[in-house]
Design a protein around this ligand. Structure first.
Ligand code: TPP
Ligand code: MG
Length: 361
């Protein structure tokens, strides 16, 4: 009897080894694009570390750090054009900032300000989605619309390894496959869904091989190798633009920090595992070594770049902290296009209580 068995996992696609030396063909990117990607990674790491400190100081609320995942994000966003649709989760700030999201907006989001959920008018990025995997279906809808309208744009959905256990993931892949939707499903497999390791989350050896069941292509890249991510994403986006339908891309990476600022990973993660990823697989160090070996990056530029990034983040913090305060009743008003009677009653009750509190002070 012929039976279907789990695929043998394919090797990770890599362009650079851990020392930044090419092990495969290097994508044909101009020097300024390569340097631009590196600068994006430096800015992202600087932003992330600062945001974590701001939360610890009580200046912003809950925050989901992405340090360690910069290559997965910047390598993939580097392939996208301005007219492509992006449906992110909460872990993609590196990519979103690289793609034009002002840093103060990202901070305002964590301050609970409604403008933090606004993207620039001329952008096709969607706001952060926290409901795991629901944005995959939004991406399929947007991609399908592009196809029906004969547009060249593609849609991309970003999500984590844990999201692949949700029903929405499977519905999205099936629907996209059946209608040949120009969409890329980009999974940042960072090893963990909060405290649940991938090995407890699924029995498939890889996320990428799940594509096979839906009759679409799956690609598995080293998510800490920015050039491998770029190549994988380029293939997926090119296929979508050429009418060849969806692709599932798995970027294997690692989150160096906590799941969010409300999490303590020392309670469930092995110290040695973290050490290995931090000390041997940092995506920024690997790419810097590559640029240095190519002779297009120096120690002096390195120092100046981190300094410049710090200044840019400082300025964004000032802009966010001097932003006009929001009226908290927005929380009731933005649930639906039109307020339901229940919601307007709740808003009125909240306003009455707020003014009584003010009167007492
Ligand atoms: C539908 C839904 N279920 C549960 C949660 C709670 N939750 C928030 S993050 C998370 C883990 C997600 O892990 P993964 O998809 O791997 O993304 P990562 O956080 O690692 O980037 C869960 C279960 C949620 N936000 N939405
Ligand atoms: Mg994860």
């Amino acid at each position: 009897m012929d039976v279907y068995r789990a695929d043998e996992p394919k090797p990770l696609y890599r362009v650079l080894d851990e020392e930044g030396s090419p092990v495969g063909p290097v994508p044909d990117l101009a020097e300024d694009r390569l340097v631009g990607m590196y600068r994006g990674m430096v800015l992202a790491r600087t932003f992330d570390e600062r945001a974590l400190n701001l939360q610890r100081q009580g200046r912003i609320g809950t925050y989901a750090p992405f340090s360690g995942q910069e290559a997965a994000q910047i390598g993939s966003f580097a392939v996208l054009e301005k007219d492509d649709w992006v449906f992110p989760s909460y872990r993609e700030l590196a990519g979103l900032i690289y793609h034009g999201l002002p840093m103060e907006r990202a901070l305002l989001y964590s301050m609970g300000h409604p403008d933090g959920a606004k993207v620039p008018e001329d952008s096709r990025m969607f706001p952060v989605q926290i409901v795991i995997a629901s944005q995959l279906l939004h991406a399929v809808g947007a991609g399908w619309a592009c196809r029906l309208k004969g547009e060249r744009s593609v849609a991309v959905s970003y999500f984590g390894d844990g999201a692949t256990s949700e029903g929405d993931f499977h519905e999205a892949l099936n629907l996209a496959s059946v209608f040949s939707v120009p969409v890329v499903f980009f999974c940042q497999n960072n090893g963990w869904a909060i405290s649940v390791p991938v090995s407890h989350q699924m029995r498939s050896a890889t996320v990428a091989q799940r594509a096979v069941a839906y009759g679409i292509e799956g690609i598995r890249v080293d998510g800490n190798d920015v050039l491998a991510v770029y190549e994988g994403m380029l293939r997926a986006v090119d296929r979508a633009r050429a009418g060849e339908g969806p692709t599932l891309v798995e970027a294997v990476t690692y989150r160096l920090g906590p799941h969010t600022t409300a999490d303590d990973p020392t309670r469930y993660r092995d110290e040695e595992e973290l050490k290995r990823w931090r000390e041997q697989r940092d995506p920024i160090v690997r790419f810097r070594k590559f640029l240095e070996k190519r002779g297009i990056w120096s120690e002096e530029q390195e120092r100046a770049e981190w300094e410049r990034a710090r200044r840019m983040v400082d300025e964004a913090v000032v802009r966010a902290e001097s932003y006009p305060k929001a009226d908290p009743s927005f929380a009731f008003e933005h649930v639906y296009a039109l307020m339901t009677p229940d919601l307007s009653n709740q808003r009125d009750e909240w306003r009455a209580r707020a003014s009584r509190r003010e009167g007492m002070q």
